[in-house]
Design a protein around this ligand. Structure first.
Ligand code: SF4
Length: 181
């Protein structure tokens, strides 16, 4: 097996479910973790800046605002291999359903309220990243090396991808991602 790989993980416009699926490897984590040096993972540990020289970066979720886009571009510049991790990252997934509506209509729906609090229906405009008109899958923003489909990808698929990157297994991404039987 290859040397330890430096890995980064991030959640952008996703629900954390892909991260949970990684944890669902349970005892197989013991096989995978010793081969990884996790150098950036804000959802798991406090992380300030994305370091240089990352071997593999797993991105959960797509880009719904300018900050997400900026992070994707920084990750691409600092990583050898970028994985669009899960259906949201690969194709837009559930957050991508918002693309069926105009951004202004989405904002009105989310922030309209019957509350008697006068500030409750205010659409935030200061100190928040500018929203994109549409959610973008990772490959719409940067080059992607591997797309792992699934909502979330199964623990077995995640383990296979990591072990394949370590040179211990063949990468086995299913060609059929929707069950029609
Ligand atoms: Fe959550 Fe599914 Fe999107 Fe992963 S692919 S972030 S589990 S909604």
């Amino acid at each position: 097996m290859a040397d330890k790989i430096k890995m980064g993980l991030i959640q952008l416009c996703g629900c954390s479910g892909c991260h949970i699926s990684l944890l669902d490897l349970h005892e197989q984590l013991l096989e995978v973790l010793p081969n990884l040096e996790i150098v950036y993972a804000p959802i798991i540990a406090d992380a300030k800046e994305i370091p240089e020289g990352i071997d593999v970066f797993l991105i959960e979720g797509g880009a719904k605002n300018e900050h997400d886009k900026h992070l994707m571009e920084e990750i691409r510049a600092k990583s050898k291999t970028v994985v669009a991790w899960g259906t949201c990252a690969a194709f837009g997934g559930i957050p991508g359903l918002g693309n069926l509506y105009k951004l202004e209509d989405l904002k009105k729906t989310v922030y309209t309220t019957d509350s008697t609090d006068e500030t409750a229906g205010t659409i935030p405009s200061e100190n928040v990243p500018e929203l994109l008109e549409e959610l973008k899958p990772v490959s719409d923003v940067i080059d992607v090396d591997i797309e792992l489909p699934g909502c979330p990808p199964t623990p077995a698929m995640i383990a296979n991808a990591i072990l394949a990157l370590l040179g211990a297994e063949e990468l086995n991404i299913p060609t059929k991602i929707v069950c029609d039987e």
